[in-house]
Write a protein that binds this ligand. Structure first.
Ligand code: MG
Length: 400
């Protein structure tokens, strides 16, 4: 029996490998294809393979003495935004997945043994790492955006950055398919620095376990943070992306932090009072908050403010009445809305973050990053500003 082509035309070509089987653009539509034709055409839509791009159910139907297969598509084909339109998030393999075992093989036995190990284990997916819930939440937001704006390219785009050799790519692709992640862009540098590529991709945020590379990215003007493996991890929302930011040296410059470090708390308060109407300069993560705000506004424009799948938080050691007003005036002047602002006046951030349950929290001081992580928050360090020379576990900065 001859195969029955999809009645909808024109149809896009199969995105994976050369194939003559048409894919319907609408979900929940069916294509009847003769089973013999599938094998003859080497169709990638092998019913034994579950792809993240096209999920389908297989049904057998007997027509006379031949068998046809109905492929019922249950998801819409996803568009890939161009870098200049997307909010581009670059994540390293070592924070998206857990690769400690492989890292030890590399450190103890060298590159050749490491590559051999990876190839031998290429059908074993890596376990999720600290950036995994964040990346899943980005995909959730993308799904909501696609529902509201089917043609828009203003979406999150995720790039997997790795120093690995291309041989390891097979295991990474298998892992991405296993976890049903939507990552099409890889940057496999084979040991070279990825920073130049990140600039070319218009990267809005770079997350890595390598502090030196994160500092290099920050020096190039790319928002970046170092991630760690928390011993415990609180559950986070699966329907809303929640991102929390520290203020000084994260959203704002370290101008006020410098006054505090050099002259103490009284001088800091005096400086903030005198400069209440002077805007703070921008910090390394301001651009990322701006990008989140741009996407939030797309939901607001469709009347979805109350169930917006992106929520942002400011969690700062500043006090509301004294030094907080300058921070709020600055955000307002930038046109940035932050959904919730918590002025802790020196109280520990960990308990507050435990309640917020962000997918990621950014802070420039390791003291706060460690405090948050101890309580199960996925915290990332932004190695920027004067606090890098002062902050330590034994000598935390008091509230301002
Ligand atoms: Mg700070």
């Amino acid at each position: 029996m001859a195969s029955v082509p999809c009645p909808r035309a024109p149809v896009p070509p199969c995105p994976r490998v050369p194939c003559t089987v048409p894919l319907p653009q609408k979900p929940h539509t069916s294509v009847n294809i003769c089973q013999r034709d599938i094998s003859k055409r080497h169709c990638p839509l092998d019913p034994t393979i579950k792809t993240r791009r096209v999920k389908y159910q297989r049904e057998h139907r007997v027509f006379g003495d031949d068998t046809s297969v109905t492929l019922r598509f249950t998801t819409r084909l996803k568009t890939r935004p161009r870098p200049e339109h997307a909010v581009t998030i670059a994540v390293s393999t070592r924070v998206l997945f857990r690769t400690e075992v492989e890292q030890k093989v590399f450190e103890r036995q060298g590159i050749e043994e490491y590559l051999r190990y990876q190839i031998e284990h290429e059908n074993e997916p890596f376990a999720p790492g600290p950036a995994f819930p964040f990346v899943k939440a980005l995909d959730t937001v993308n799904s909501r955006l696609r529902e509201l704006y089917p043609q828009s390219e203003e979406l999150f785009d995720i790039i997997l950055v790795t120093y690995n050799h291309a041989h390891v790519g097979v295991r990474l692709i298998n892992t991405i398919n296993h976890h049903n992640l939507f990552i099409e862009r890889f940057c496999m540098t084979g040991g070279s620095s990825p920073i130049g590529y990140l600039k070319a991709w218009h990267t809005d945020l770079y997350l890595s376990a390598d502090g030196a590379k994160v500092r290099e990215a920050l020096e190039e003007g790319i928002a970046a943070a170092t991630m760690f493996f928390p011993e415990k991890q609180t559950e986070v929302s699966e329907s809303q992306l929640r991102v929390a930011f520290d203020g000084d040296a994260v959203l704002f410059s370290d101008e006020s932090e410098r006054i505090f470090k050099a002259h103490g708390l009284d001088k800091f308060f005096e400086h903030e009072k005198d400069n209440e109407d002077t805007l703070l300069d921008h910090g390394p993560l301001k651009g990322f908050l701006e990008a989140l705000g741009k996407l939030q506004k797309k939901f607001y424009a469709k009347g979805r403010r109350l169930d917006c799948p992106i929520r942002t938080f400011l969690v700062t050691a500043r006090s509301a009445a004294s030094s907080g007003i300058r921070a709020l005036k600055t955000l307002r002047a930038w046109g940035l809305e932050i959904d919730e602002a918590l002025f802790l006046a020196g109280a520990p951030k960990g308990p507050m973050l435990e309640k917020i349950r962000p997918h990621i929290y950014f802070d420039d001081q390791m003291f706060h990053v460690e405090g948050a992580a101890e309580m199960g928050t996925i915290a990332a360090h932004v190695p920027y500003g004067i606090a890098q020379h002062h902050s330590s576990r034994k000598n935390p900065a008091p509230g301002k």
